[in-house]
Each structure stands twice: as structure tokens, then as C-alpha cells.
Design a protein around this ligand. Sequence first.
Ligand code: ZN
Length: 214
Amino acid sequence: MKIIMLGAPGAGKGTQASRIAEKYQIPHVSTGDIFRANIKNGTDLGKEAKKYMDQGQLVPDELTVRILLDRVAQDDCKNGYVLDGFPRTIPQAEVLDAELTKLGTKVDYAVNVEVPDENIIGRMSGRRACLKCGATYHLEFLRPKTEGICDNCGSELVLRDDDKPETVKKRLTVYHDQTQPLIDYYTEKGVLKTVDGTVSPEQVFQAIENILGA
Ligand SMILES: [Zn+2]
């Protein structure tokens, strides 16, 4: 089973991808993780990617695709995988499809975890972080023992710039510009499945299980 996860930053698609991987015994392939692994292991692909990243540039589509295809060609991906963070653009989706076609296979499901922007902005603005030790909290879901103070190190908790509504709104605009075409693309292919991401993670996963089957 080959699954693609779509969903805005903060929609919880990474969490759902992990659960899918666990239940269906397929690897959770996150682009961020493969990049880090290639760089850490000093592979040729990793060295190439690092050149762009060191210069603060985006890694080109073509290289991202090569790194991804290299990962899914490995043995543990034989029975399928769940892709998280890829494809991000139509050219990436097209290359993936072309490569899968060569292998006589295809994407089975594109699972879209849908959460309205207002909810995401609300969720993010509840996050609190300790800049000293890196611990993270949430005013609603994961409260520190003492309000505003880190449980680990006693430092003051802050709302990071990344989680501020203005920043989140900007990221969501970029996300929608990039992703709407992908949603249309996978709708046309007949594999798009949208689940309501506003309910609890357990309920979201149940909806996904209903789609993927037991
Ligand atoms: Zn701390």
C-alpha cells in the first residue's frame, strides 16, 4: 500500500502517518528524515543536498525526487510506505507517478487531513516553548505544572515567532498555493481521501482506518 499524506503544517499529518506506519507495518518515509539521514551518513545525495541547504537555498525538485526514490527503492518499502512531506509540488507528483508506473505500481491513497486555517492558527497560538532546554507545551493539551514555567528547567515559557498567528498565516498561504493543485491532481486520479482533522487524533485515525481497511 502506497500512501501520500496531505495536510497543512499543524494539521497533525505526521502523527497520523506514524500511526498508519505502525498499524499497516510499512515505513513512515518523511522527507525531512531522509534528508537528515543522507547528510549524516555523508552519501553523495546528502552532500549535494547540503550544498543547497548551507547556502540557505531550497533543494531542487529533481534532487529531492532522487533522494526520495533512492529511499523507497530499499527493501523495507517493498510492501508499501507512507510518504510525509512529499510530493509538495505537481512536478514532484508527476515524477513519482512516472517512476511508479515504470515499476508497474501506483499511489493507492492520498490522505488529506483537513483542518480549517482558523483551527490551525488557534492550535499554534496555544503552543509554548522553553528556549533554554527545548521542551514544548500547549496551553490546552500539554500544560506545564506551573503556568508559564518549564517543568524541566524552570525557565520562562514563550510563544515562539514560528507559532505566532502572523507567521502561521503566511505559512498556510504558501501551503494552500502549493497544495491545492495536488489535491486537484489526486482527485482526478481518483485516489484522494479527505478526513476531518478537527476531531481527536484517535478519531482521525479511525476515519483513516475506515478508508484503508483493516
Ligand atoms: Zn526548559
